[in-house]
Design a binder for this molecule. Structure first.
Ligand code: ADP
Length: 540
């Protein structure tokens, strides 16, 4: 493996950090999760190559730019999307390159597969400081992954740390990604950027890069979660971006009295904005969900679309999932799934009883996920027939409360305060229901995974949860899960009790619900086609 060392930027960064620390207003600590150097085996995944004549025309080239991608680095749903959507697009006659930071915490087994592709120096800051940009490449299953290498920016044990580090890091990354495309002479039709960490790409493209080779590409910016926007004081962002003064007015960067907002600027410059469900596309134009950008988004709503996420149905396939005690598909789910419940109970020290109603919760532990509601009702759930399994990391407040519940209800509640892909798979398979009572949920993937595993979602009707989980209707026998609308404890409890009532008193309808969920199409196929359509609208 050829490898180059980055030039030292330690002095520059540490000097600037001291200045920043006194003015830091915001913190992303809430968003920081243990990264998931996902080691789950992907060996069982074999992607068939579609016949050339079946491919949709014309061929399009897309550069994906984002801050995480399974299996290299993942802290949440963004990582899943960056993995699955490019692979699906590759099967739809798209030439896809994914550009990512080369974090030091990417597991060694992936680092070893990367091949040195080149390196150059790049100006970044307003005083013209120059930084090393290395490109390490890995080609896998029809998708090219290019990792931007700079050890000073990407050497933390976590992709996200705090804004003091993250603002310079993602200014650098957005500019370096464009510069790398020019360097490699790979000029895509579309540059598809994700969340605030890549939001400066459209801004750079239409300003400092407009007269370069890549200047004619079109941009799409996808909002996975509007809560995190990359906001800092104007002088700092002006310094790190090196962008001209005229961009720091209210229509592009400026927010509040004297802050700059990287996401806001990207949304202003992107040719198209997408978010990960139709409902969320509408919600973010309201003050409750808009995180301060509602009027900016309403202003740009003509270029805003919602496309719901899918999941990778090879990665999430209960019939061949090596993490399960017993594989199953829709033909034998009723017989085999309970064996996973027993395995889960045994592994986690819960009372081993197939007849108990097991509720899973796999989530980042933040207030976004409706955990205040869960905390409020959890004691009312423990009735001798119900067990609760939690898997997650995040806010110490929720980590402690779930630990305390496990202590109080030993045998009925198990709190796994950790990030563990393998355990997540067994929880999806071994639970009867999955709880997702989110305050807001742009799309949500866990409800899709749950349905694929025949586990019935219990969700609040917001964002993508509303778009993907049809409420169960006891009269028509339709629907996929149990839902509630207002963010209120008694409504969550009612939804869970409705689920338990069907489970305990109307098992044949419950079983049909399980089978219906397993039959639901939660793949990327449909969504990827919609993205392709949008790419064609941008570049016919
Ligand atoms: P978000 O992106 O807001 O975190 P999503 O529902 O879109 O939520 O995606 C969450 C993804 O992260 C799912 O693939 C879920 O299985 C996974 N996940 C969340 N927490 C954990 C955990 N503690 N261990 C393993 N996987 C987790």
């Amino acid at each position: 493996m050829a490898k180059k060392k980055s030039v030292s930027t330690v002095d520059i960064l540490s000097k600037t950090k001291k200045v920043h620390s006194s003015v830091q207003k915001d913190s992303l600590s809430e968003a920081i999760n243990s990264p998931a150097p996902a080691e789950a085996s992907l060996d069982h995944i074999v992607t068939p190559v579609p016949a050339a004549e079946t491919l949709p025309q014309p061929r399009r080239s897309i550069a994906f730019i984002g801050s995480e991608c399974y299996p290299f680095i993942k802290t949440g749903g963004l990582g899943d999307v960056m993995y699955a959507l490019p692979r699906t697009l590759a099967k739809l006659n798209c030439d896809v390159k994914v550009i990512l930071p080369r974090y030091k915490c990417i597991p060694q087994k992936w680092q070893e597969k990367m091949i040195y592709r080149g390196a150059f120096q790049m100006d970044l800051c307003s005083d013209g400081r120059s930084f090393y940009v290395g490109i390490m490449e890995y080609v896998w299953d029809g998708v090219v992954y290019d990792f931007i290498d700079n050890q000073e920016f990407f050497s933390n044990g976590n992709p996200y740390t705090n804004l003091i580090d993250d603002i310079p890091k993602f200014c650098y990354f957005s500019k370096a990604a464009l510069a790398a495309l020019n360097y490699m002479d790979w000029i895509p039709d579309i540059i598809h950027c994700h969340d605030w960490q890549a939001a400066l790409v459209p801004v750079y493209l239409r300003t400092l890069f407009s007269n370069t080779k890549i200047g004619g590409a079109k941009t799409m910016l996808t909002i996975h979660n509007l809560r995190f926007q990359g906001v800092y004081n104007i002088p700092t962002i002006k310094y790190w971006t090196g962008l001209p003064d005229y961009l720091f007015g209210v229509d592009v960067f400026k927010t509040g009295a004297d802050d700059a907002n990287m996401f806001k600027a990207g949304l202003a410059f992107a040719d198209m904005i997408t978010t990960v469900s139709n409902t969320y596309a509408g919600e973010i134009q309201t003050s409750f969900y808009g995180e301060g950008l509602d009027s900016h988004l309403s202003y740009h709503s003509r270029k805003l679309r919602g496309i719901v996420n899918g999941i990778d149905i090879d990665q999430w396939n209960p019939s061949v999932d090596p993490k399960l005690a017993k594989g199953y598909d829709v033909s034998n789910v009723l017989k085999n799934k309970p064996q996973n419940k027993l395995a889960l109970q045994e592994q986690l020290g819960l009372d081993k009883d197939e007849g108990k109603f097991v509720i899973g919760l796999v989530s980042r532990l933040t207030d976004q996920k409706g955990l205040d509601l869960v905390n409020a009702i959890l004691p009312a759930l423990i009735d001798g027939n119900t067990q609760v399994v939690v898997l997650g990391t995040g806010d110490p407040y929720y980590e402690s409360s779930f630990r305390a519940f496990e202590y109080t209800y030993k045998g009925s509640v198990c709190s796994n305060i950790m990030y563990d892909e393998g355990r997540a798979h067994l929880i999806y398979a071994g639970s009867d229901a999955l709880l997702i009572p989110s305050l807001f949920e742009p799309c949500g993937l866990t409800q899709l995974i749950a349905m694929r595993y025949g586990t019935v979602p219990i969700v609040r009707e917001t964002g993508g949860l509303k778009d993907t989980v049809e409420p169960y209707n006891q009269y028509t026998g339709e629907g996929n899960g149990f839902t509630f609308d207002w963010y209120r404890t008694e409504l969550l409890l009612d939804a869970i009790n409705r689920a338990k009532t069907v489970y305990f008193t109307d098992r044949s309808n419950w079983d049909k619900l399980v089978e219906r969920d397993m039959n639901k199409d939660v793949s990327w196929e449909n969504s990827a086609k919609q993205y392709r359509e949008l790419y064609l609208q941008l570049r016919p």
